[in-house]
Design a protein around this ligand. Structure first.
Ligand code: SAM
Ligand code: SF4
Length: 408
């Protein structure tokens, strides 16, 4: 009997600073819950902004309402008028207290960056070369501090091909398809074929949990297949990636072996380095480089973008510490590509399509996720006109050390 694979919308723990005394339906409660998958849409943000505006009419000097409306306005595909409103709202915050001065200053900093970009002349032929696509929202894992944003809705194959065609017409060259886990979405193979046929270079980022030989055959034209390995033992593995399967390490090894067996050579292994596996990196490297199929090993510094403060303390490990471990590993494997992706400076690097076609970009802080459009309804030209996008940052990509000039 075939094994039943868990397919969940990975849970995101409530943010540590949620105020649990707020009643459901209170506009301030809706503000703090705006990034939960069922809320993270332009329609929800528009409705929330309208309610915050209404509340502000009654309390025009309320610093919290001003801050919240400025934030939501910036997050919902802002145009010049929206940015001017956010500017005015933040400028009018007089008193300190709630929100914290630091929060207001941070939003001010983000807004100043966006305003300066809005004022700059953009090259008319600008293209978003690298696109990340969280193509489905279901996953067989529930990782600790999964930073992926999710929305509830799921596009169809027809909608996916329409999006691909828009990207190809626009001139995008590189597509990284992830999830959730894209292999849990049935039309993934036809979508990959369609994207490659349209001239895009396509990489697939999967847990590999359901990978089969047949899948690998269908995916033979990928530029890279990205597979995880975060611990040399199930215990260490579970410190980041969790599932009902108690032995993920064996499952992940099985996927790599399958790539070796069929001669699929363009594998990139991803390891999320945290306090929990820092002492295991050498053992992980030994496993990873034992497979001929592995071309690159990318070590991501664990990043608590959506994690609670407690989890962040438990998981975070300094970049310098990871670097020093990797230096030793590089000396052991001088012919191998060992790439480090730091969590810092991740401001506005992404152009990410979500499972409902919505396009988002992120700043580095908590809740700093910005909707810039939806490829089901908008053309790329309309989306890239949004001043929130930082083209220079997107070109750089996730900061990586050694060999590559951009990844993610
Ligand atoms: C956007 S995920 C998509 C693919 C798939 N969901 C997965 O996690 O393997 C891309 C990479 O980000 C990494 N990642 C996920 N959560 C992370 C976190 N909190 N900090 C650093 N890297 C993380 C994963 O290793 C993954 O390979
Ligand atoms: S595999 Fe990826 S999407 Fe799934 S829970 Fe883990 S980090 Fe999140």
């Amino acid at each position: 009997m075939p094994q039943k694979i868990l397919q969940i919308l990975p849970p995101h723990p409530l943010r540590p600073d949620y105020d649990r005394s707020l009643a459901p339906g209170d506009v301030r409660d809706d503000f703090q819950r705006r990034l939960e998958p069922e809320n993270f849409t332009a329609a929800h943000f528009t409705a929330l902004a309208a309610r915050l505006s209404e509340a502000l009419k009654h309390s025009p000097d309320d610093p919290m309402l001003r801050y919240q409306l400025a934030f939501v306005t910036m997050q919902n595909a802002p145009n010049a008028a929206g940015l001017a409103l956010a500017d005015e709202l933040l400028a009018g915050i007089q008193q300190s207290g709630a929100p914290h001065d630091g929060d207001v200053a941070r939003l001010r900093h983000l807004l100043d960056g966006v305003l300066s970009r809005a004022g700059a002349v953009r090259p008319s032929d600008y293209t978003v070369q690298r696109v990340n696509w969280s193509i489905n929202n279901r996953c067989p894992m529930s990782c600790r501090g999964c930073y992926n944003p999710f929305v509830d809705d799921q596009i169809t194959y027809g909608q996916a091909t329409m999006i691909v065609d828009k990207l190809a017409r626009h001139g995008s060259t590189d597509l990284v398809i992830a999830g959730g886990d894209p292999l849990l979405w049935k039309p993934i193979f036809d979508t990959v074929d369609h994207a490659i046929g349209a001239g895009l270079k396509v990489a697939l980022d999967t847990t590999g949990y359901t990978l089969t030989h047949e899948d690998l055959e269908r995916l033979s034209r990928l530029s890279t297949l990205r597979l995880p390995m975060d611990g040399s033992t199930p215990e260490v593995q579970r410190a980041f990636r969790r599932s009902t399967d108690r032995d993920l390490t064996s499952r992940f090894k099985r996927s790599l072996q399958m790539c070796d067996d069929v001669g699929f050579r363009r594998v990139r292994v991803h390891t999320v380095a945290s306090r929990q596996n820092i002492d295991d990196l050498e053992a992980i490297a030994e496993i990873v480089f034992g497979y001929d199929s592995v071309q690159q090993w990318v070590v991501f510094q664990w990043w608590g973008r959506r994690a609670s403060r407690k989890l962040t303390e438990e998981m975070t490990v300094a970049a310098a510490e990871i670097e020093s471990r990797l230096a030793k590993i590089r000396a052991t494997y001088p012919d191998k590509a060992v790439i480090f992706a730091e969590a810092t400076d991740r401001e506005f690097l992404n152009f990410m399509i979500q499972s409902n076609g919505q396009v988002v970009t992120f700043a580095a802080g908590l809740s700093e996720e910005f909707i810039v459009g939806n490829l089901l309804t908008d053309e790329m030209e309309e989306i890239i006109a949004h001043p929130i996008l930082d083209f220079a940052a997107m070109r750089r990509g996730v900061p990586v050390a050694l060999q590559e000039s951009g990844t993610s």
